[in-house]
Design a binder for this molecule. Structure first.
Ligand code: IMP
Length: 430
């Protein structure tokens, strides 16, 4: 039996929420391994709408264990708020269904301040972050000066961590013209929330190993997307974590051998929020059509998503780096009714044909897509639950995508409804 990692294979917003929910019904444990409350997905269960940012999706289903791994950056107050909100919707959250790795770094208000101040100071060169403090929190983690969950249990350690952290931040704040941090107020805030967070603290690496030994199914729930990966994405227009499947291992403590199937979530066209290169972006009627029919607005920030044709070059690349076993293709129905469809099969760069996205930012901004055109379809794919219900042209489009990215379709999602899904390969039993 395989454990499964779900990874966004584009710039995030591929429709992971529905697929993760679908898979979490089959899983025993659902673990987040990177990112923080910059993620956001909406889940509809029995007609109730839930919005989750930090909590693993499985928390909504009875009898599942939700895990926040050490690869996540955790805003304790955001977590408390999210828990209170879903409890208000009738979901019980407690130590029976939530566990947080003791070595998880915290996002503090100083990180949010810095995120916002830097974006403002950057003007046109801004990244377009979600303003949640994600980048600064990861910086402090690798700078070895962060406060981690376990530090909340010991006042002396907390004091030492705060001294080191604030010495760094106060210097930065002075440079940016902001006031120094009120250390006493921050410490008091942390001491106040500490018991709430500590009740969930556990050696996650050990619990996951035990679950694996007991034959439990573990689903690793990635956030954002592969092109926002700090190493392999469109740097610097990326998030600050590794969003690739490999992070599931270091972001939870489950050795790489414990990970079986990597499911890449791929939208049938391309979108991105925030700044940065986007070779297939459409600034025309088709782009507008995709944005409108696909309801392309960011879940967390409400920003409009930029839209464009399917870019097979990018997905081939992210499937390779991410080690994707099979993809879940989402939002095919958004393409219903278009006369013709284009797929990007390569790029032109300074008169040369290339088959991958180059690393240099200036080159990424200069590449021109090479398109191949395919006929659209008149029938509807919306709500299809078998291949037989799909128009022939839609099947051809899907097959062509598989061919170009070098990866098979394991799941095909044809509407936001959980049951409107065509299963080709069950990732858990592959
Ligand atoms: P940060 O993660 O807030 O630092 O934002 C860095 C970049 O990642 C920005 O372009 C954001 O729009 C993008 N981003 C962060 N989280 C998500 C997400 O969940 N979906 C899509 N884009 C995201």
């Amino acid at each position: 039996m395989a454990n499964v990692v779900v990874m966004g294979a584009q710039w995030g917003d591929e429709g992971k929420g529905k697929i993760v929910d679908w898979l979490s019904e089959r899983a025993d444990v659902i673990a987040r391994f990177q990112g923080g409350h910059n993620a956001g997905h909406t889940l509809v269960i029995d007609g109730n709408v839930f919005k989750l940012s930090l909590l693993p999706s499985g928390i909504l289903r009875e009898g599942k264990l939700g895990v926040i791994g050490n690869g996540v950056v955790l805003d304790p107050w955001a977590l408390k708020g999210e828990i209170e909100k879903i409890e208000g919707q009738g979901v019980s959250v407690g130590t029976h269904n939530l566990m947080i790795a003791e070595n998880t770094p915290l996002i503090l208000p100083v990180h949010q301040d810095l995120d916002k101040m830097r974006e403002e100071a950057a003007g046109k060169a801004k990244i377009g972050t979600t303003g949640r403090g994600i980048g600064p929190a990861y910086e402090d983690k690798v700078g070895r000066r962060t406060v981690r969950v376990a530090d909340l249990a010991d006042e002396e350690t907390l004091d030492a961590r705060l001294d080191r952290l604030l010495a760094h931040h106060d210097a930065l704040r002075t440079g940016l013209g902001a006031e120094a941090i009120d250390r006493a107020a921050l410490k008091a805030k942390l001491m106040e929330i500490a018991p709430f967070i500590l009740q969930f603290a556990a050696p996650v690496w050990k619990v996951l190993a035990e679950k694996r030994k007991a034959g439990k199914r573990i689903l690793f729930e990635g956030a954002q997307g592969a092109l926002l990966d700090i190493d392999f994405g469109t740097y610097p227009y990326v998030t600050s974590s590794n969003t690739m499947a490999g992070m599931a291992s270091t972001g939870t403590g489950m050795g790489p051998g414990g990970i079986g199937f990597v499911l890449g979530i791929v939208k049938a066209y391309t979108t991105r929020v925030g700044e940065g290169p986007f070779p297939c972006e459409l600034d025309d009627e088709i782009g507008h059509h995709l944005a409108t029919v696909g309801h392309e607005k960011g879940t967390v920030t409400g920003r409009d998503r930029r839209c464009g044709w399917f870019d097979a070059v990018l997905v081939r690349q992210t499937c390779t780096v991410g080690g994707v076993t099979g993809i879940a293709l989402t939002k095919l129905d958004v393409l219903d009714g278009l006369d013709e469809l284009k797929i990007c099969t390569g790029y032109m760069l300074d008169g040369q044909k290339i088959d991958h996205l180059p690393t240099a930012a200036a080159q990424q901004a200069r590449v021109e897509p090479i398109y191949e055109t395919m006929p659209g379809w008149t029938g509807s794919t919306g709500g299809a639950r078998s291949w037989a219900e799909l128009p022939a042209e839609a099947i051809k489009y899907v097959r062509r995508i598989e061919e170009l990215i070098g990866c098979p379709v394991a799941l095909l999602s044809t509407s936001p409804e959980r049951d409107d899904t065509i299963l080709v390969t069950d990732p858990f039993s592959d």
